[in-house]
Structures are given as C-alpha cells and as structure tokens.
Design a protein around this ligand. Structure first.
Ligand SMILES: C[S@@+](CC[C@H](N)C(=O)[O-])C[C@H]1O[C@@H](n2cnc3c(N)ncnc32)[C@H](O)[C@@H]1O
Length: 343
C-alpha cells in the first residue's frame, strides 16, 4: 500500500515538473541550453551576465549551476520579459539573505557600465541574440509580416519605431537598410515604392509594408523577401549590429581572467560580427610581441544544434554558437611575460 502511494506521489511530482517546464517554455524554448551553460560557467561562485533574458530559459539553467556565492545579472530591453521572469524567479528573487539574481530592464550594452561588473569583473557574458518566440508571436509588436498591426518592432519602449523610420528616412537610407541588414536584392525598388506611397498616406501597419513588398517583387520570392525586409527593418530599429559590436568590445576589459563571452547568433550578419571581433581581438598586436591579444577564440568553428534539437525546435535551425575567453598572463609563455596585458 505504502509502496503504491510513493509511486503515485513520484508520478504526480514528475507530471507537475513536466507541466511547469512546459509552462516555462511557452514563452520561448531555449536553444543549446546545455552547450551554452557548459561553455559559460567556469566558476560556480562567479559573477555572470545573461544579456538576453527572454523567457528566462538560460537564466534558470545558469542559476541551477551556480553555488550560493554565485551571482547573475540578467538584462532584457523588453519589459514583458522582465515581468514574466519576475514571476518565474519569484522564489529566487525573494530569498532571505539575498538573491543571486538581479533582473535589469535595460539594453545589454549597459552590462559594460554596470557598477558591480566594474568592481568584481565578470566570469561570463551570454548573448542569445534576436527575438523570442513570444515577441514574434505577439501580434501588436509588429515583428511578423503575418500579423496586421502597427509597425513597431522595438525590443523595448525606447527609440524610434519601424513606423517612424519608414516614414521619415530618406529613400537612400531605406535602400541602405534593406541592402545592408537584409541583403535584399530588390532594395532599391522597394525603397522607391515606400517613399512614393508615403507621400500620399503614411505607412502605419505591417500589412501596408507587406502590400508594398508584394507589389514590387516577383510572387515566387514573396515569402523570402518579406522575411528579409522585416528582418532588415527590425535590425535598424534596434540598432542590433552596432550594439552587438560595441558590447563585445566593451565587455572585454571587464572580463575576469579566463572569463568567457558566449554568443548565439541566428543570421550571417550577426555571426560575421562575432567572428570578426573574436578574430581581431585574438590576433591583435600579437605579431609585434609588445601587446598580448585580449581574447582567445575557443571555437574555431561555430557549434551547431543537433538534428534532434532542430526537429524538436525548428527555431534552433539557424543558431550558431561561438565562444571566446579573456586571456591572462598565466597562459603566456614566460619569455613573453614582459608584454603588456591590455585593458
Ligand atoms: C532569443 S531571446 C532570448 C531567449 C532566452 N535565452 C530564453 O532562454 O528564454 C532574445 C531576447 O533578448 C532581448 N534582446 C535582444 N537584443 C537585446 C539588447 N540589445 N538588449 C537587451 N535585450 C535584448 C529580446 O528582447 C529577447 O527577449
């Protein structure tokens, strides 16, 4: 009898855990969760930053792996993510004796000016770039051409929306956005049609933009063109590429020796920036012998999700994971120790 009661309790516990996991992942199913955390955490009592909190999938796993002395600052520009995670991590956040977790409704660029990170130095920064499934699926955010809503596309509430940019930017500027951030072959024609149309009526909704793209480009390419155009405008609205480049370079002097930068990107423009910064910082001035490179690239080739993960989560299919580590005088041959350790 007691045996049966125990097994029923265990089954109910398992079902409850699975149910709560499903609820946690309704917001966003984290990509390469174990891989990211295996690379990120080198000291269980260290200080870490998750720049892209989202639904908190990676934050939850990092917390699981940290000891009591560990600390995690998680950023998201989107107040909805902060609200969701304030509820999700309410136990941790209200822990007696102090929480290991701090949530910040801010751009991850602010990690570079966070006092605690300056004082203590950070053992790892994780960036899981782009939008969350919740943001994509929330109609009124305007990220998807399948919705019919105002053209917003901001991660947070600050800065110019897509509507403001599309209605105010010069034709050349729109063309540049579409070409540089979407690699869009019909950039010129679409930019021209946008500026012609807005002279009559300003563009307001995702469907206004969709109609212009569909009118201007061959039908057989509509799905791909729409994806590229929406991606390009989202990147411009959130200044995603400048912020990524600035954060990667800005965090280097704030990394503890052997502290890591772990970045998951989802398109070639992001990946190129990560690869370039890691490469430049790993080779920097090394040949002259007077300055040490500030980073060591730990993943010469990007790590990709497994077939199984892609099947279970198709949004993982374009993910690329790259990791670099802060250099330290300890790993430099003795004859080079006179070299300057760059801040
Ligand atoms: C792919 S989701 C992260 C998902 C998260 N790792 C998880 O497991 O749930 C990206 C999140 O980062 C946020 N984000 C993107 N760029 C940002 C930036 N520059 N600063 C702050 N948050 C940003 C987005 O608002 C979004 O919530």
């Amino acid at each position: 009898m007691a045996k049966r009661k125990n097994s029923t309790r265990r089954r109910l516990d398992r079902e409850r855990a699975a149910q709560s996991e499903r609820k946690d992942y309704e917001y966003h199913l984290p990509v390469m969760l174990d891989e990211c955390c295996d690379w990120l955490i080198t000291d269980r009592n260290g200080l870490y930053a998750d720049g892209t909190l989202g639904g908190g999938g990676h934050t939850a796993e990092i917390l699981k792996r940290l000891d009591v002395g560990g600390r995690l600052i998680s950023f998201d520009a989107d107040p909805v993510a902060i609200q969701h995670c304030t509820a999700r991590f309410s136990d941790e956040l209200s822990k007696e004796g102090g929480s290991r977790l701090v949530l910040r409704n801010a751009n991850f660029f602010e990690a570079c000016s966070t006092e605690e990170i300056h004082l203590r130095k950070v053992n790892g920064l994780l960036l899981d770039l782009g939008v969350s499934s919740r943001q994509l699926d929330t109609e009124h955010r305007g990220f998807s051409y399948r919705s019919n809503t105002r053209l917003d596309m901001r991660f947070g509430t600050e800065g110019r929306s897509a509507e403001e940019i599309i209605n105010a930017a010069e034709e050349d500027e729109i063309e540049r956005i579409l070409r540089n951030y979407g690699e869009e072959p019909f950039a010129r024609a679409i930019a021209r049609r946008i500026t012609e149309r807005r002279r009559a009526v300003p563009l307001q909704t995702t469907q206004d933009l969709r109609f212009i793209v569909e009118e201007t480009t061959p039908q057989s390419t509509h799905a791909k063109t729409l994806a590229r155009v929406f991606q390009a405008i989202r990147i411009a609205v959130n200044r995603e590429l400048e912020i990524l480049d600035g954060t990667l370079r800005g965090i280097i002097p704030l990394l503890a020796p052997h502290g890591r930068i772990v970045v998951m990107s989802y398109h070639s423009l992001e990946d190129r920036i990560v690869k370039t910064v890691f490469k430049e910082e790993s080779e920097r001035d090394f040949k002259n012998g007077d300055n040490l490179p500030r980073l060591k690239t730990l993943t010469p080739k990007p790590i990709l999700p497994s077939e199984k993960e892609i099947q279970e989560n198709p949004r993982a299919r374009s993910a690329k994971l790259r990791v670099a580590e802060r250099t330290s005088l300890d790993d430099v041959p003795i004859f080079k120790k006179k070299a300057k350790f760059q801040e």
